[in-house]
Design a protein around this ligand. Sequence first.
Ligand code: NAI
Ligand code: MG
Length: 481
Amino acid sequence: MTTFEYAPALESRSIVTIKPEYGHFINGAFVDGVDHFATINPANEEILSRIALGNAEDIDRAVDAARVAYEATWSKMPGKERGKYLYRIARIMQERAREFAVLESLDNGKPIRESRDIDIPLAGAHFFYHAGWADKLDYAGLGHAPRPHGVAGQIIPWNFPLLMLAWKIAPALAAGNTVVLKPAETTPLTALLFAQVCQQAELPAGVVNIVTGDGRTGSALVDHPGVDKIAFTGSTDVGKAIARAIAPTKKKATLELGGKGANIVFDDAPIDETVEGIVNGIFFNQGHVCCAGSRLLLQENIAEEVLAKLKVRMAKIRVGDPLDKNTDLGAINSAAQLGKIRELATSGDSEGAQRWSPACSLPKNGFWFAPTIFTGVTQAHRIAREEIFGPVLSVLTFRTPAEAIEKANNTPYGLSAGVWSEKGSRILWATQQLKAGVIWANTFNKFDPASPFGGYKESGWGREGGRHGLTAYLKSAEAQQ
Ligand code: NAI
Ligand code: MG
């Protein structure tokens, strides 16, 4: 048999200019930082740039700038005018989409196919969507002339850097808030390019401020008395720490945390489509997805057939250079995340589950993990309970629909779920029983700015996206200051 080989199809990185060092973006200008740390390309460990490590004074200056911009300009500007800025930002993001996509893949390790076709277009779509809201806030459901909170402190993770920035900044600005945003330490570069887009759009100084750094920088932002609202996406542990920190204050918060989504396949599901959905559910973005379908629940009588087809499909997943347009699975974002994935996978072995990966050669440098499934998983195994946040699928089986629901809901999380069945009534029944904020039927990992996203239980507080997400940045005209 002759094997079909792909020729490399490398996206050129010449479109991006990365400076050797970056400062913070405060009050419309880049300012030098005091200390710095490196951000690397996780696919080859090359140092891309040195990034400023924000301290309490940097946060203080950024919050002050955001407060002045809020009082003097942004909260007073008619919604129609704010909307024009958001449209302008959205259009520039589209014009510079290739630059954003290449930079995101370099800094994060995700395949260019995904940054180009998913992350960057969706980020632009969030600005377009919220631009449309800016002059229609009376219809947000909070009565006539709702008001913004003031200064929003926003902390984002590394798995969808620009997209999470868009989820946070677009609704905040549409509602009339100003922001101080802290990107994740491993992926700050697209946020810094976004700062240049704000300059290009002539956004008034101080409306968007970006302070780079690590957990200490994020913590200083959470604790700053000048911040009125916190929006966080990241781990449940840090989410809990933030909830504790703001409990004695009047700060509002939305928290988007972890997940352990169940992808449930009933025996009447269309198997080939389902296999595609399983692959998309867990191997999209290397499994660094809070709403990943990381627990596959198969009805027992079709389990063997689905697993056989899944293995054939998994053998076709191309792992490698994120900038190659043929790549399906890129690099793991950091050495720390790779360590976490390995540790949990090892616990799967030692607790008695069976590990399987297709034969695939992994690059020598950088951080890599082959697409993996574990069968024979029980509810008691750590890999069935804990978020792995990597390309690792835990497979469980069930006999009756009631058992499927019970297993799916048996988790401290409640972010996402998937249901695969040809029967509409079964889908409706299952979706009503599932305790998950987002449920997909006969598809997985579909996102739209108009659709609210968020979780139950330890998956977080509140919703982002759509009208629901917008209201988190508003209060009714009667609400107390
Ligand atoms: P993390 O929660 O530590 O980091 C997320 C963001 O929070 C980063 O910007 C970080 O600098 C900031 N941060 C860290 N400590 C903080 C603090 N005390 N106060 C304020 N901000 C703080 O997540 P990490 O360590 O990168 O990943 C650990 C695990 O968290 C992953 O393995 C995954 O399971 C989960 N995770 C979930 C995400 C989601 O989308 N829900 C995103 C990233 C991680
Ligand atoms: Mg990086």
